[in-house]
Design a protein around this ligand. Structure first.
Ligand code: CA
Length: 226
């Protein structure tokens, strides 16, 4: 996955670049809006991580130009803490999500992955896991060939777990994957959704393990290649 990082603070840019390069992305990093605008017009990216305050063209203008060209690349904006006006303004210009500075690395990555996943799901994507098939394009899920009823938030949780099979994910990452930028969810609510999914999936041999003190892990199904 290619990510374009646009950040003028050199320390932060360096940290972001390392973070993304170590987690399934290949990062291009620029320190100003003009370079970002040129690269976005020229190259296909899977994600843009875009600081708002930049020299020359600011992050808002970069987002506005990209959308005006018809680009659908997911845009994750980095905003100052409590800058509600910035968030609303960016959303109106076509940003997809926000992370406030200073940000938590895990939350940033979870939001990044969620955006890429949503954007891919709008194209074509099917995930198989044991006896379960999730057709993301058609928004339908089947287990043992029968349709499985999944309300939107259960869907998002299951999709996130399926994309992280055999990896422990914490509650914060799950919340970031399930919620929009302006929503939040308690740890208890996460537990409720996990137990609902378990009730639907365990009869079909699909297990979500609790890893005490860390989070959850969707176990690989014997015979599946992951
Ligand atoms: Ca800045």
């Amino acid at each position: 996955m290619r990510v374009l990082i646009v950040e003028d603070d050199p320390l932060l840019a360096d940290g972001l670049t390392r973070t993304f390069n170590g987690h399934g992305f290949v990062a291009d990093t620029v320190d100003n809006g003009r370079s970002a605008d040129i690269l976005l017009e020229r190259d296909p990216f899977d994600l843009v991580v875009l600081d708002v305050g930049l020299p020359g063209i600011d992050g808002f203008e970069v987002a506005r130009r990209a959308r005006r060209r018809g680009s659908t690349v997911p845009i994750l904006m980095l905003t100052a803490r409590d800058a509600v006006h910035d968030r609303v303004h960016g959303l109106n210009l076509g940003a997809d999500d926000y992370v406030q500075k200073p940000f938590d690395k895990d939350e940033l990555l979870a939001r990044a992955h969620a955006l890429v996943r949503r954007s891919r799901a709008q194209r074509h994507d099917t995930i198989s896991h044991g006896r379960l098939v999730m057709d993301c394009a058609a928004r339908r899920c089947f287990v043992d060939g029968a349709p499985l009823d999944l309300p939107p938030r259960e869907w998002l949780m299951l999709e996130y777990l399926l994309r992280n099979v055999e990896r422990v994910v914490n509650k914060r990452q799950i919340v970031a994957a399930m919620c929009r930028w302006d929503e939040d969810m308690s740890d208890n609510a996460v537990e409720v959704y996990v137990s609902r999914l378990r009730a639907k999936l365990e009869p079909h041999g699909i297990r979500i393990r609790t890893v005490r003190g860390f989070g959850y892990m969707l176990q690989a199904v014997p015979g599946d290649a992951h």
